[in-house]
Design a protein around this ligand. Structure first.
Ligand code: GN1
Ligand code: MG
Length: 726
């Protein structure tokens, strides 16, 4: 794209944009064609390194689309969503929220507190203030900037090692303390003059230290936070290369006067001034663009005011690809008219209005999800949803509600796949019965705490046309798809083993068989061979080597089915889908919290639960790894999981079952390979696929794994018997 006849630094120019970057800037020429921008001036897109919210949303809501969209309409093309002083889990949630948005780009985060001084908290919530915690901070992903009070214990080490840019703010520090902090690496003041000591001729404080060391200073130039003369003073002292204009905007920005929640407290906005209930100024309600224009009104030359909201903050946060119209930089720009009003906004080479469809799609999808979620959730305001790309069957979303105290309550909303689960109401009955049974046992350390919410009619699910939905409280913790920690694998084994133990005295007759013959491997193979004969999609010819594998191993894979029929071991109540990501671990302690995904709890074989977990967790590669050379059974992982599972179930499983554990792993791996291939041959109706041929890739991966297990069968069996013999 070429922007024609646009005024850039006073010169009529043509600006060429390719792949989201500026690739040429030349004096306007009549020869080239492009988007005529006559009468418009180009300035870089604004970069806001300190802003909390707008359009009714706050960074702590952990949903960025609406804010990013509002910012983009108002000239901010990239930003650092800025967190408030709140509990660390809430801050972590912000850093884990999806950052792909249709509006202003998210460059990372700015963490404002909790490592600040309570006496200078301003509108931050005193309840959560604490000393700098390096380990905690480093566990947060994407923190680019952090504001701390350098007088707090541990600050110096924190500044040196935290790996982010450190700003001094919400501080009561004196000059010497600030000098030390700057020498340790701090390089900016947060909203200079606000929430810090002022300048006294014998106590020059943080601002005196900033002058002496010539670091960056942020300033809120909305006309409320600083007197215009102070804005000018900062400008004259620090110049356009060191002074950064920020908005420090809060959620009321773009809305009217009223009472709003901010960091868990009420804020009143009156005549555009936001104050806490005890009168402290609480962030601004100005856009960054308005702050730029205000600064210009106060006497800062317009071009310098622009620079202080573009190139300077970009440099400060170490992103020289932002905030400038130069060849090689990201194509973020604003076109403004002769009256200095915004005309058009471009982000990464695209005009914002051309992204409206993407934004609209989000808005519509959100409304649809909210409509369903609201049928269940009783409290709070719906904030948004995040698709969870997990599971091969159901559609799963994380949905968030903001409660009155400013905290965010999260739920899992699921649309059950009706092709797979024909009778979802029976699943809910099964889950209810199993959960009640386990939760009755006082001794259970790891309980299924899935709390399903009900709709007005009393059911814990709802039907919406063909769709079947349910909602349960999100369990904060971590799950793993691939796990390298042997300790974690052992604990996963214990969790599934305990699950098995807890259900040992559960009456299987109480359970509906939600998917008949779910792990009847013999039948699964028959179904595969029938699908191959039917060849509904004309794919059978291309999978002959795979079919040969199944024919060769059909007898082996049917052994357990036959032994069960012969009564060689008991039919138990089992989980039947023991992927390690169905165990949720406590993030801090690493202990298993709960076992989830109880949809397939049915009568089954202990060997299958053991085996399915091994298949998934003891493999060297993902279930759908394309390069089969990377796939093997990792004996160390296998031993770790087995130690957990066999150790936990000692006493409740028979010797025969232990003897057949490894056959269980081989059987279930072959079975799943057969199920993937059946689905591939029948047109990919059962498992979700991400690309053409995905089910075939999965088939080949599982066959590769099964072959490696067959080769290692002896070693695996030795390990199990060793553990069982202890
Ligand atoms: C399915 O959706 P998910 O990931 O929980 C499948 C399991 C398979 C698994 C393979 C009901 O489970 O049996 O082992 O994919 N669940 C059902 O990844 O078929
Ligand atoms: Mg499942």
């Amino acid at each position: 794209m070429i922007l024609k006849n646009v005024l850039l630094d006073g010169i009529l120019s043509d600006i060429t944009i390719e792949d989201g970057k500026f690739t040429a800037i030349a004096p306007a020429s009549a020869a080239t064609e492009g988007v005529d921008c006559s009468g418009l001036t180009a300035i870089p897109g604004l970069v806001d390194m300190h802003t909390h919210g707008c359009a009714g949303f706050d960074t702590m809501d952990a949903h960025f689309e609406e804010m990013s969209w509002f910012l983009a309409q108002n000239g901010t093309t990239s930003w650092l969503p800025t967190t408030m002083t709140m509990d660390i889990d809430s801050i972590r949630k912000v850093t884990e929220a999806p950052r792909e948005v249709s509006g202003a780009q998210i460059l990372g985060f700015h963490m404002e507190g909790p490592y600040i001084n309570a006496t200078r908290k301003g509108a931050q919530n005193g309840k959560f203030i604490k000393d700098p915690d390096l380990k905690e901070f480093k566990s947060l992903d994407g923190m680019k900037v952090v504001t701390i009070a350098p007088e707090l214990p541990g600050s110096e080490e924190f500044i040196r090692d935290c790996g982010a840019l450190v700003c001094i703010g919400h501080t009561d520090a004196d000059y010497d303390t600030c000098i030390k902090a700057i020498e340790a690496g701090a390089n900016c003041l947060t909203h200079t003059f606000n929430a810090m000591p002022g300048i006294h001729h014998r106590n020059p404080g943080p601002i005196g230290a900033a002058v002496a060391k010539n670091i960056y200073v942020q300033a809120i130039t909305d006309g409320l936070h600083l007197h215009p003369a102070i804005v000018l003073m900062l400008y004259k002292t620090f110049g356009p290369e060191r002074m950064v204009i920020i908005s420090d905007a809060m959620r009321a920005t773009g809305l009217g006067d009223g009472i709003y929640e901010f960091g868990g407290q009420d804020i009143e906005v009156k005549d555009s001034v936001a104050r806490t209930m005890d009168g402290a100024i609480a962030g601004s309600t100005s856009t960054l663009w308005r702050c730029v224009k205000q600064a210009a009104k106060f006497g800062v030359p317009f071009d310098d005011a622009v620079r202080m909201a573009t190139r300077t903050p970009a440099d400060m946060i170490g992103m020289p690809n932002k905030g400038r119209i130069e060849v090689g930089a990201d194509a973020d720009l604003l076109l403004i008219d002769g009256a200095q009003e915004l005309s058009r906004v471009m982000i990464a080479g695209e005009f914002v209005e051309d992204r409206a469809a993407a934004h609209q799609k989000y808005v519509e999808e959100k409304a649809a999800i909210q409509e369903i979620a609201d049928r269940f959730a009783k409290d709070g305001k719906f904030l948004g949803f995040t698709p969870m790309h997990q599971g091969n069957i159901n559609a799963t979303y994380l949905v968030d509600y903001r409660l009155a105290d400013g905290s965010v309550k999260s739920y899992i909303l699921q649309r059950i796949n009706r092709y797979v689960f024909k009778e979802p109401a029976q699943i809910m009955e099964n889950i209810g019965a199993v959960t009640a049974h386990i939760n009755k046992k006082a001794a259970a350390a790891c309980k299924p705490v899935m709390e399903f919410l009900t709709v007005a009619s009393g059911e814990n699910y709802c039907l919406d046309g063909e769709n079947f939905w349910r909602l349960y409280s999100f369990i904060p913790g971590v799950g793993y798809d691939l796990c390298d920690s042997l300790d974690t694998l052992k604990k996963a084994g214990e969790a599934f083993g305990e699950f098995q133990n807890q259900l040992a005295d559960f009456d299987a007759a109480k359970l509906h068989e939600t998917i008949p013959d779910f792990h009847n491997t013999k039948k699964r193979l028959e179904t595969l061979f029938a699908a191959c004969d039917a060849d509904a999609c004309g794919r059978a010819a291309s999978v002959q080597p795979e079919i040969t594998f199944f024919r060769d191993n059909a007898a082996l894979a049917s052994e357990l089915t036959d032994l069960l029929a012969a009564g060689a071991f008991p039919l138990r109540v089992t989980h039947n889908d023991t992927k390690i990501n169905n165990v949720i671990f406590n993030r801090e302690t690493g202990e298993p919290l709960t076992v989830i995904d109880l949809d397939t709890v049915m009568p089954g074989l202990a060997m299958h639960d053991f085996g399915d977990a091994v298949r998934f967790a003891a493999s060297t590669a993902a279930e759908d790894e394309k390069d089969t050379a990377k796939i093997a059974l990792d004996l160390n992982k296998f031993r770790a999981f087995a130690e957990g599972f066999i150790g936990k179930t000692a006493g409740s499983l028979t010797a025969k079952e232990n003897e057949l554990m490894v056959l269980g792993a081989i059987t279930i791996t072959i079975e799943l390979a057969a199920r993937f291939l059946t689905d591939y041959l029948s047109g990919d109706k059962y498992f979700k696929t991400n690309y053409e041929g995905h089910n075939l890739v999965r088939t080949r991966a599982q066959i590769a794994l099964a072959k490696d297990m067959l080769a290692k069968r002896g070693e695996m069996e030795k390990i199990v018997l060793q553990i069982a013999g202890k």
